[in-house]
Design a protein around this ligand. Structure first.
Ligand SMILES: N[C@@H](CCC(=O)N[C@@H](CS)C(=O)NCC(=O)O)C(=O)O
Length: 213
């Protein structure tokens, strides 16, 4: 049965799921959710994501929300499809788990705030909160200092190959690379090279095209 992704082309969490499906060479139907009219806060959408957020995901009878849970489902259940996004070696798995947590707990809060302030607000005609930008930029800088050190140990954050860890970062980095915060990434050479590498993944480019079509 068909895979469906309900979401918005502007949503980083929706982009994360689309990029994952395309890395796994899985076809899916994108069902746009009209966030401007509040469709995500009403039934029937709330039956797909009770928190009233995008994305929501369906694979036959299975319904899921939370983008990172969805990507992990896809990577495990469709392990034999497309690009291998999880490290199969049990000895390498812990590093991947650590850095996946780091993305969700340390990188995501300031990066999402900055994406909202510098990437989304200008598009929807809202005013950027400069104090919030300053605070989040300082938090992000500390996280990226640690990434710079880690990327001297391995080519990608979770190990020597591109995995879900790196994929989870791409949507926020995509927005921030078109903002003044780009400098925070570019001033760290290994972080800068890693960003260029993961943003150039054909699956990411195709995922964006599919959502924006
Ligand atoms: N942790 C959730 C976050 C989902 C999320 O924050 N979605 C945003 C768009 S990227 C949203 O729906 N915002 C509208 C709202 O929270 O009301 C995930 O990864 O799926």
């Amino acid at each position: 049965m068909a895979i469906k992704v309900h979401g918005s082309p502007m949503s980083t969490a929706t982009m994360r799921v689309a990029a994952c499906l395309i890395e796994k060479e899985l076809d899916f139907e994108f069902v746009p959710v009209d966030m401007a009219s509040g469709e995500h806060k009403k039934h029937p959408y709330l039956s797909l994501n009770p928190f009233g957020q995008v994305p929501a995901f369906e694979d036959g009878d299975l319904k899921l929300f939370e983008s990172r849970a969805i990507t992990q489902y896809i990577a495990h259940v469709y392990a034999d499809n497309g690009y291998q996004l999880i490290l199969q070696d049990p000895k390498k798995m812990p590093s991947m788990s650590v850095w996946m947590e780091v993305e969700g707990q340390k990188f995501e809060p300031p990066a999402t705030k900055l994406t909202w302030e510098l990437g989304i607000k200008p598009i929807i005609g809202m005013t950027t909160d400069d104090a919030a930008v300053k605070e989040s930029e300082a938090q992000l800088s500390k996280v990226l200092d640690i990434y710079e050190t880690q990327l001297a140990e391995s080519k990608y954050l979770g190990g020597d190959s591109f995995t879900l860890v790196d994929l989870h970062h791409i949507p926020n980095i995509y927005y921030l690379m078109s903002s003044k915060v780009k400098e925070v990434f570019d001033s760290r050479p290994r972080v800068s090279a890693w960003c260029a590498d993961i943003l150039a993944r054909p699956a990411w480019v195709k995922g964006l095209e599919k959502l924006q079509k």
